[in-house]
Design a protein around this ligand. Structure first.
Ligand SMILES: [Zn+2]
Length: 209
């Protein structure tokens, strides 16, 4: 087991790719990367992207602020799982503006999500069922996605953003005071990884329901 090759790569202003050489190879293009090579080398990449470019996400959101406030910052790292499987850990941080469904005011919804992806070679691997006991025991099970030598990391980032924003966003307390003592409306930041649960639900749902 050798140390992973670290490749610190910073994108500025949401531009794709970059060609800085630091001895470990050129930076990645996050919309078309060789994810298998990236994981094999245990590489690390990070960057920032304007939220406005995520069209699926933006369908349900108001206009986003310019500059850093309107960006998502991401970091991807190639890892190995307990059984030697190649994994991609993706972290995203952003504060997209959402529309409160109670008062219709816009406010920033902080997103700080981490997901462990398992890019696989083909559709057959994607659909392979996991042993039931593994699903029960390990909540941090990687989420299988279709890998590629032209993997669109930005599409994954968009998926995670969409999952991280509630369908019905609401201020904990609206500026007009509504919602203040309604426990149902309160966000639950302490719950263990609601994001992971959502991701698993999403993965299973289309076939079942
Ligand atoms: Zn509100």
């Amino acid at each position: 087991m050798s140390n992973p090759v670290m490749d610190e790569h910073q994108n500025d202003g949401g531009s794709d790719g970059g060609n800085r050489r630091d001895g470990t190879g050129p930076g990645i293009n996050p919309s078309s990367m060789d994810v298998f090579e990236f994981m094999r080398l245990g590489r690390l990449a990070q960057g920032r992207v304007g939220l406005g470019r995520f069209l699926r996400l933006m369908q349900d959101l108001p206009e986003q602020p310019a500059g850093e406030q309107g960006e998502v910052s991401w970091e991807a790292q190639g890892e190995r799982g307990a059984r030697g499987e190649q994994l991609l850990r993706l972290r995203i941080q952003a504060a997209p503006r959402v529309t409160c469904q109670r008062c219709l005011g816009a406010f920033a919804w902080p997103v700080d999500a981490e997901v462990l992806l398992q890019p696989v070679l083909n559709e057959a691997e994607l659909d392979q069922d996991l042993p039931q006991e593994e699903e029960d025991v390990d909540a941090d099970l990687p989420e299988r996605v279709l890998g590629s030598r032209r993997f669109d990391l930005l599409a994954q980032i968009e998926d995670e953003l969409i999952l991280s924003i509630p369908y019905v966003p609401r201020h904990p307390v609206c500026p007009d005071g509504r919602g203040g003592d309604d426990a149902e409306d309160a966000p639950a930041p302490k719950r263990p990884s609601p994001f992971g649960v959502l991701a698993q639900l999403q993965r299973k749902d289309p076939a079942d329901e």
